[in-house]
Design a protein around this ligand. Structure first.
Ligand SMILES: [Zn+2]
Length: 389
């Protein structure tokens, strides 16, 4: 009997192998050994090279057709591949090993998602050092963090990751009832067991020991999709995020025109991102005194943000700091005046502008607006009015 167990199942740490060509279709080849994992199950295919008659050629795609694994190679000149000839296959090990780590990490996360929140894994995608898991119900951030804590603790315990291959009959009799998730109706069933706690049907590639994953790190949780990093990628990502946060903390403690410009420009870019703009504007309003000027003895900020609409301004209003006066020219040439300073009333400033122009508008002492279509420099006019108070 021929043992046709793929090498990526029986020996996932094997990096190279001597194989024979069994079928050729121009630059696409089939070999008698399956060293390269074909794309499938959310995992990208392996990459690597083949040495054939003294040439080293890259393997750029690996895929399955009718259960047979095909390898697409790339070469500048046309090569006449012959069936039965030897080829030396070699994996891009870094790429493969990172996928093995991410894939194993996903098993562990999916186990705890199910165990702790009865949350099923609908779909998982992997890339080098990256995981994306779609789950069956929305979890909040703190729940996901708890799943990560449990998972990372398990990595420390360093359980074995075992590959079990049985025929369908044995699977039915001994394993089927213990499987988490989907079962398999294949003639030959491949299962992956983590320690003594999790058993799933899976045809992917995995590490031998959980500790090899070296940590799972959160990127985002959004609409039932959790994005994560593993290993070095995760460590670097987390450190970078920490550094960014630190830089932001420092900047927001002082007057920094770069941050101010950045937020303002983002507001201009995000024309259709209402929610994003509200968050940005709130942020701006919370820190607005950093960027205010003194007119008379009042702290005043004058802004021109031509994409800003009334809904966004009003949604961010309650974040405005105390003792400040803000004038913004927004979308459709509307001037918004916001005051948290008892001594300057927004509607009174509007009335003063009305005396000088024919513009229409009104409001209350905290918030007022007017159309400034026909006024050339409305913010300059606000400055003049405030200076004359
Ligand atoms: Zn797997």
């Amino acid at each position: 009997m021929i043992d046709d167990t793929p090498v990526f199942w029986s020996a996932p740490y094997q990096k190279e192998i001597l194989a024979k060509i069994v079928e050729v279709n121009e630059n696409e080849l089939r070999f008698n050994q399956a060293l390269f994992y074909p794309s499938g199950g959310g995992q990208p295919h392996d990459l690597g090279t083949m040495r054939y008659q003294g040439c080293t050629l890259p393997i750029i795609e690996v895929y399955t057709v009718d259960r047979e694994i095909w390898h697409k190679t790339d070469s500048k000149e046309k090569i006449d591949f012959q069936v039965d000839e030897d080829v030396q296959l070699e994996l891009n090990w870094n790429h493969r090993y990172n996928l093995m780590k991410s894939h194993t990490a996903q098993h562990l996360l999916s186990y705890f998602l199910q165990e702790m929140y009865e949350c099923e894994t609908i779909k998982a995608n992997f890339d080098e050092g990256k995981i994306e898991i779609e789950i069956s119900k929305a979890l909040n951030l703190s729940d996901v963090v708890r799943v990560l804590e449990e998972s990372n603790n398990r990595l420390e315990e360093d359980a074995d990751v075992k590959s079990i291959i049985v025929n369908q009959k044995t699977f039915q009799e001994e394993y089927k009832s213990k499987i988490r998730g989907k079962t398999s109706d294949e003639k030959r069933v491949r299962m992956i067991q983590l320690g003594d706690f999790d058993l799933v049907c899976c045809g992917g590639v995995h590490v031998k020991k959980l500790s090899e994953v070296r940590g799972i790190f959160l990127e985002t949780v959004k609409n039932r999709v959790i994005k994560l990093y593993t290993g070095e990628k995760g460590i670097n990502y987390t450190n970078r995020q920490r550094a960014n946060l630190h830089a932001l903390e420092e900047i927001t403690e002082k007057k920094d025109s770069k941050l101010f410009e950045l937020v303002k420009n983002k507001l201009k870019e995000n024309e259709n991102l209402e929610e994003g703009n509200i968050l940005l504007l709130r942020f701006l309003f919370q820190k607005i005194h950093h960027w205010s000027e003194k007119i008379q003895n009042y702290s005043v900020t004058l802004l021109d943000i031509p994409t800003l609409d009334r809904i966004t301004v009003q949604a961010a209003l309650k974040e405005v700091e105390e003792e400040i006066f803000i004038a913004i020219t927004g979308k459709n040439a509307i001037l918004y005046l916001i005051s948290t300073n008892e001594r300057i009333k927004a509607n009174e400033v509007i009335d003063k502008i009305k005396e000088k122009t024919r513009a229409k508008g009104g409001g209350n002492k905290g918030f007022a607006q007017m159309s400034v279509k026909d006024i050339e420099e409305p913010l300059q006019l606000v400055r003049e009015v405030l200076s004359s108070l």
